[in-house]
Every structure is written in C-alpha cells, then in structure tokens.
Design a protein around this ligand. Structure first.
Ligand SMILES: [Zn+2]
Length: 119
C-alpha cells in the first residue's frame, strides 16, 4: 500500500509516474560512479527524466529546504533528548548530520523536484 504513494517514491528514489523504475544511475552513497546522476529515462515505462537542459538545477532550492528541515529535526532530537544542551555541541551535531546525509539529501531533492514537474 505504502509503495504506491508519492512519498514512498520520493524517499526511495523511484520513478514519479510508475513508482517502480529506478530514478538514479547508482546508489547515492556510491560516490565513485557520478554523484546522484539521474537516468535518462524510466527503465520500466520510458518516461523522459530530462525534459529540458539543466532541469535539475532547480533542485538546489529543494535541497536547501530539506537541509533546513533535517537541521531542525536534529536540533529538536539533540536538545529535547538531553544529548546536548550547549549551542556549539548542538551545532556540531547538525553539521555532522548534514555532512553524513549530504549524498542522500542531493538525491532526494532531485527526486522531489522530478515529482513536482514530471507526471
Ligand atoms: Zn516509470
């Protein structure tokens, strides 16, 4: 049931239309094979993922929003769980979290951007 939702296909980097085909050429953390390279077309139903040149440049705005949301989530988790109370310690956790999640944030931002415009 959850596999047929837009949220699932955004988070698990699936095709915006069929929600089955892979969206990226490789896993986001497989850094050696091009960082978050989007496939040219859906392998299942041939949806064109590149509708215009530099289409995924706009996903930077989504990446910023996703980064802020993750930063706020890390702040809430560290502050209210008592893991860290000092602002510098909380800031360190946020920077570490964003650094570790950077490949996935870039990939999920492209996926969200594609879900906005590809039907
Ligand atoms: Zn598809």
């Amino acid at each position: 049931m959850f596999k047929r939702t837009k949220l699932y296909s955004m988070l698990f980097l699936k095709c915006p239309r069929c929600k089955k085909g892979k969206f990226l050429e490789s896993h986001p953390y497989q850094l050696s094979s091009g960082l978050n390279k989007v496939k040219p077309r859906c392998p299942k139903f041939d949806l064109n993922y590149h509708i215009e040149p530099a289409f995924y440049t706009g996903s930077m705005y989504v990446s910023y929003a996703v980064g802020v949301a993750i930063g706020v989530a890390i702040f809430v988790l560290t502050f209210f769980s008592g893991l860290a109370k000092h602002p510098l310690a909380i800031f360190s956790y946020i920077v570490l979290g964003l650094f570790l999640l950077m490949p996935y944030i870039g990939a999920v931002s492209k996926s969200i951007w594609a879900h906005f415009f590809l039907k």
